[in-house]
Design a protein around this ligand. Structure first.
Ligand code: ZN
Length: 295
């Protein structure tokens, strides 16, 4: 009897500790980098810290070989993660790795391209479907519509290049999907720190919700349109949060230290990973009068 009780107790303890371990286990995120026309060696540790600061995620980094390197060795195990964040803009991966990423997202994984990650892979169909729209790399009207906002979303098929930006400056962001989990409760207008305001991004733009736009002022060599800059994309059973914000000038991370960039990224990564946002909105989310940055 005693030994039966003891073994029942040990089973109970094992079950309880398993439960506790599960409850405490963080979500897992993977950042991809290794090539970028921006200083990824400065931005990846920042992005990692920002995502881990939610208290929800443990973050790993998978670094692809540099230019001309052997991509055969770059085989991240996407399935070990809930969300993959791309800080990569460079050469194609192997067919296997590319298909593994598409498969991961299609089956319910999250994907978060940051800034120039949307410049990558102009000729990879699945990638462009995941990110919705991208820029440069020969993109033009054949890549798909340019998304801008004039009282409603405009899918502009007029001919022209896909991807440009004017002079760097701080600019006003405007929420266009206030009920979306990423945006719910955030101010409808907020100042974003000095950054490149990407314009004329183009792509398949299927199943895209434009979350926020910014006016691209001709005075700073912009388009005169409200350019779409934050996006939510449904891709199969997976979710993509795409932020076109976050330029860095070498190790200068001014745009990525904007509280608005940080908080929308944290919420977007959680939404991409789980379909929900449980984070409270911090008191330092910027309003429309001034930029608010974190150290
Ligand atoms: Zn940039």
């Amino acid at each position: 009897m005693k030994s039966l009780r003891a073994s029942l107790a040990s089973v109970l303890i094992a079950l309880l500790s398993l439960g506790t371990a599960r409850a405490a286990a963080p979500l897992k995120a993977l950042i991809l980098d290794g090539q970028n026309n921006h200083d990824w060696k400065s931005s990846t540790p920042h992005l990692k810290q920002v995502i881990e600061a939610t208290g929800l995620f443990a973050v790993d980094v998978a670094t692809a070989p540099g230019k001309g390197g052997d991509m055969g060795a770059f085989r991240p195990k996407f399935a070990d993660y809930q969300v993959v964040v791309s800080n990569y803009n460079g050469e194609r991966w192997t067919k296997e790795t590319e298909e593994a990423l598409v498969d991961f997202v299609r089956k319910g994984g999250g994907f978060v391209p940051v800034h120039a990650a949307n410049n990558a892979f102009p000729d990879w169909k699945g990638f462009n479907e995941m990110i919705g729209v991208g820029g440069w790399g020969g993109r033009d009207e054949k890549s798909g519509p340019w998304l801008h906002w004039e009282g409603k979303l405009i899918r502009d098929l007029s001919p022209g290049p896909g991807g440009s930006h004017g002079k760097q400056h701080a600019f006003l962001m405007e929420t266009r999907a206030p009920e979306h989990p990423v945006m719910k409760g955030l101010p409808t207008r907020w100042m974003h720190a000095k950054d490149e305001l990407y314009d004329r991004l183009r792509g398949p733009a299927e199943n895209v919700t434009v979350l926020a736009t910014a006016y691209s002022d001709p005075a700073t060599h912009g388009t005169g349109k409200n350019e779409a800059l934050l996006f939510a994309i449904q891709f199969g059973r997976g979710r993509v949060f795409h932020t076109a914000l976050g330029h860095n000038n070498g190790p200068d991370l001014t745009s990525q230290k904007c509280a608005g960039f940080i908080i929308t990224l944290q919420r977007g990564v959680e939404w991409a990973a789980t379909g929900k946002v449980t984070q409270k909105i911090p008191a330092d989310f910027p309003g429309e009068d001034a930029v608010r940055s974190r150290p």
